[in-house]
Design a protein around this ligand. Structure first.
Ligand code: EPZ
Length: 429
């Protein structure tokens, strides 16, 4: 298994290209199940999760083709991939596949909408918490589906097709909002969804579905209105930039000091995280093509944050921000409200010399003046990258193992940081 070795101490200076968003790419790929026509996605990141979902969709009959190499092809630029679900050959998503990636459960929406039936394995727990699927089941029932749980599978049927309705989410869920949007797009009549997630990835999926012929309004607000249509067509859609990758590198620069421009992204995607970074002592500037992040000289100041659905502080940047706070000149509190077990990085950061105590949902981080390198490992994607951020300032070598977590969501991480001056290398074994 690959490991990443970092020798801490260098500032970061230069330019980092930001990839297409993983968490937009996955639902966009799943949307290809809604039509027998070709959905072309541009700016698709090279990530293990994307490859895994290609395999999962293939099981339902989705063919894919990657556009060939072009003149002046930049290996770092996102790929263009064409997805075609001409015929759905299987409406079952088996446990072996769904258990590898939770988001693959979301195929239940398009399968039910197009084929009027789906049998999808329950995804099970994961490292960051229990993550139930009750909101998906309630929402799809509101659209007229009958749903039973049978031998670990959610068995859903909508004889005669789904029917539009009003549904109020009791809790905000990104995945369940994606699924309801996809399902309601092919339902009969109008669906109104209240308390919908407002993440930029929701807006991106709505834009793509509308380009396919759906009639969705209100994306980005808590109320979505979806006028069902008979059929959807193909479309061409460019995946929006990854705001979590943007925030992660912004935090890395705030940690090491230096001056880095994050290319191909936008400050508008992550206002709350960037404002926390500014309070912590970084200078952030919107440029015509990206975001410039600087910290020269001044220290890192403690900032309290509470994770919340968008536009709040993202849970997917909580671990990275905690890494930054380990070097603040005071005491910071981080409250995690989305997932009950998303503090797995705490004990690993402690191995590097961080002083963090946990009480329920709240982590108290007492800043220290130095971190020291050590072997570390993490159990999820964002936790792993928080260890890389800490390693960038730790004295000596930090060896991060279980790099496959990083590869799920960060494209060419070591190359991007290395190009800005970090001493970082992948050790393949
Ligand atoms: C999405 O997961 C993201 N995944 C996660 O990113 C992200 O952390 C999360 O949204 C929150 O922003 C993708 O987009 C692929 P939720 P999702 O449903 O949709 C509870 C990463 O690192 N809930 O918004 O699964 C749930 O347990 C990943 O890239 C129910 O109770 O998250 C959680 O407490 C990890 N019942 C809360 O809602 C349900 O039926 C929010 O989860 C569904 C969810």
């Amino acid at each position: 298994m690959d490991r990443i070795r970092i020798r801490g101490g260098n500032t970061l200076n230069g330019t980092i290209p930001i990839s297409g968003a993983k968490n937009a790419t996955l639902p966009l790929m799943i949307a290809s199940l809604l039509t027998d026509d070709t959905l072309t996605l541009e700016n698709v990141p090279h990530l293990a999760d994307v490859e895994q979902l290609i395999r999962i969709l293939g099981n339902h009959g989705v063919d894919y083709a990657v556009s060939g190499k072009r003149l002046r092809h930049d290996p770092g630029s996102g790929r263009t991939i064409h997805f075609t679900a001409r015929t759905i050959v299987d409406t079952t998503a088996p446990y072996e596949l769904v258990s590898k990636m939770r988001a693959s459960f979301w195929v239940i929406g398009p399968l039910l909408a197009r084929m009027h039936k789906a049998r999808v394995s329950l995804p099970g727990g994961c490292a960051i918490g229990t993550r139930p699927v009750d909101l998906f089941i309630d929402g799809l029932r509101a659209l007229g589906a009958t749903i039973d749980i049978d031998n670990g599978y959610v068995v859903a049927e909508a004889k005669g097709g789904l029917v539009g309705n009003r549904y109020v989410f009791p809790k905000v869920s990104v995945g369940a909002t994606h699924v309801m949007m996809m399902a309601a797009s092919l339902a009969k009549g109008e669906t109104v969804i209240e308390n919908a997630a407002r993440e930029p990835e929701i807006v991106d999926l709505a834009r793509c579905l509308n380009a396919m012929g759906a009639r969705i309004s209100g994306a980005g607000t808590p109320t979505l209105t979806i006028e069902g249509v008979e059929a959807l067509s193909g479309a061409r859609h460019r995946v929006l930039p990854d705001r979590i990758e943007t925030g992660t590198y912004a935090m890395a620069v705030a940690m090491t000091g230096g001056d880095v421009t994050l290319e191909g992204t936008s400050v508008d995607l992550l206002q709350s995280a960037l404002s926390a970074l500014t309070t912590a002592g970084a200078a952030i500037e919107a440029t015509p093509t990206g975001v410039r992040v600087m910290r020269n000289g001044g220290g890192i100041h403690p900032v309290d944050v509470i994770t919340d659905p968008y536009p709040g502080f993202p849970t997917d940047l909580q671990a990275q921000f905690m890494a930054l706070m380990t070097r603040s000149d005071g005491v910071a509190h981080i409250t995690e409200t989305i997932f009950e077990n998303r503090f797995m990085h705490v004990q690993e950061l402690a191995r590097l010399g961080a002083k963090i105590s946990l009480s329920g949902q709240v982590a108290t981080i007492e800043g220290v003046t130095r971190l020291t390198g050590a072997p570390v490992m993490a159990t999820d994607l964002r936790a792993s990258v928080s260890l890389v951020i800490a390693g960038l300032v730790a004295e000596g070598d930090t060896m991060v193992s279980r790099v496959y977590h990083l590869d799920r969501g960060f494209e060419r991480l070591e190359e991007k940081l290395g190009a800005c001056g970090a001493e970082i290398e992948r050790i393949s074994s």
